[in-house]
Design a protein. Structure first.
Length: 422
């Protein structure tokens, strides 16, 4: 007699540990594994409509905003985002609530078992199901079982070969396009936009965020025309008071309103829009911590994210001394990001988040010197770096931690606890 599968008794912590152990396998493009995984999970096609959000920046915020708007309109929503800050459970929400621990454990255990069956017949051998594919599949199955009326899905990377691109979405949203992940998506904005726009289905609606790069907008127009899709250009902002800080969130909220309107086929209830705007918080994005000095966390992780962040800094800092704690991953334009931050910072503390892709703090300090910056301090451990920055800022100053969402995750965790990847 075979022994029972120990995963049947998994806790949420067991599921988290298993997912963490998969990170070393990295990214592998292609949709074949995902289709096979869903077939084993007996969900070759979801029964609920979906909205797909792609772009370089603003995806998570826009995805959460769309789901909240539709939930207020009376729909039961599923919401899938990445990355997370403290727990993988954050990535799967139903009705604006994180998946329950026991549901998360069962969903991951079920998906791990299915992935093992897929991996046994992988060709070539070793082409194993990735962590992100497992999480994507677990979310899609969980939404099916929960009977959601609509699921809003954030693409992880690109669009064409992203694990989320196994659904035919009624609405696709392109938030913006910048030069990132060029070795995977192509060397120009147009190349990258083409990969992201592969989520647009024939006859769907394509919502494009405001301020998008002209080359990406041109391709969006061409794509919509070729596929018989309706193109909607989102407004620059919506005239409501937004609780989520940072001027860039006004652009994301406008795109979310346009997407929700397109999905419903009618105008949104103004009072409900105002309620979402007044209550929605996006963790890790322009997040202000309690205490003094004022400490701001923002997971701006690339040139475009830093540019959007720094547009809000002058008004937020209001002439106070600003000290920036920064960690940047090795696939980003660190010099360009640092140059933008140095235009606003009175002092900078270089550190290294726990991601294996983090640039050493000393490397960041060297880059600061090369671009003519001054006042940089090297503190390797993130919590100690934040403490040093607070001391440099003084009680009346402002501290900003940014450069990687991993850094934000580290600072929200207890010192010494293990973080997790995208």
């Amino acid at each position: 007699m075979s022994s029972p599968d120990p995963r049947q008794g998994w806790s949420a912590q067991d599921a988290e540990r298993h997912l963490l152990g998969l990170e070393r396998f990295g990214m592998r493009f292609g949709l074949d594994r995902m289709h096979r995984l869903l077939n084993v999970l007996e969900l070759p096609r979801v029964s609920y409509p979906t909205i797909h959000v792609v772009g370089t920046n603003g995806k998570s915020s826009t995805t959460r905003m769309i789901a909240a708007l539709l939930e207020r309109e009376g729909l039961r929503t599923g919401c899938f985002t990445s990355p997370h800050l403290l727990s993988y459970r954050e990535r799967i929400e139903i009705g604006e609530r994180e998946i329950a621990p026991e549901r998360f454990a069962a969903a991951v255990a079920r998906t791990v078992h299915a992935a093992e069956l897929v991996d046994r017949t992988a060709s070539p051998a070793g082409d194993a199901v990735t962590q992100f594919e497992m999480l994507s599949a677990a979310a899609l199955v969980e939404f099916e079982q929960a009977g959601v009326d609509v699921a809003v899905l954030e693409a992880g990377l690109g669009g064409r070969y992203d694990a989320t691109n196994v659904v035919d979405s009624a609405v696709a949203v392109l938030t913006n396009v910048g030069l990132e992940h060029t070795r995977y998506l192509g060397p120009t904005v147009r190349h990258i936009a083409r990969e992201k726009l592969e989520v647009v289905r024939g006859g769907a609606t394509l919502v494009v965020g405001s301020g998008i790069d002209p080359a990406a907008l041109e391709l969006a127009r061409e794509t919509a025309a070729a596929r018989g899709a309706t193109l909607v250009l989102a407004a620059d902002t919506v005239d409501v008071a937004l609780r989520a800080g940072g001027g860039y969130q006004r652009h994301n909220f406008a795109a979310a309103c346009a997407a929700a309107t397109a999905f419903l086929g009618r105008e949104l209830d103004g009072a409900k829009v105002a309620d979402v705007a007044a209550t929605l918080v996006v963790p890790g994005r322009f997040q202000v911590l309690d205490g003094t000095p004022v400490t701001l966390l923002d997971g701006a992780h690339n040139d475009g994210g830093i540019e959007a962040l720094t547009q809000s800094l002058p008004a937020f800092a209001a002439g106070r001394r600003l000290v920036v704690v920064v960690s940047i991953l090795d696939d980003k334009d660190a010099a360009g990001m640092l140059a933008q931050l140095l235009r606003h910072a009175d002092a900078l503390v270089a550190t290294a988040c726990t991601s294996p892709r983090a640039l050493p703090a000393a490397t960041l300090a060297s880059l600061v010197e090369q671009i003519g910056g001054a006042g940089v301090t090297v503190v390797q451990e993130p919590h100690r770096a934040l403490a040093r920055a607070r001391g440099l800022a003084g009680v009346d100053g402002v501290v900003l931690a940014t450069g990687s969402i991993y850094l934000i995750s580290d600072l929200l965790r207890a010192p010494g606890s293990r973080g997790s990847s995208l």
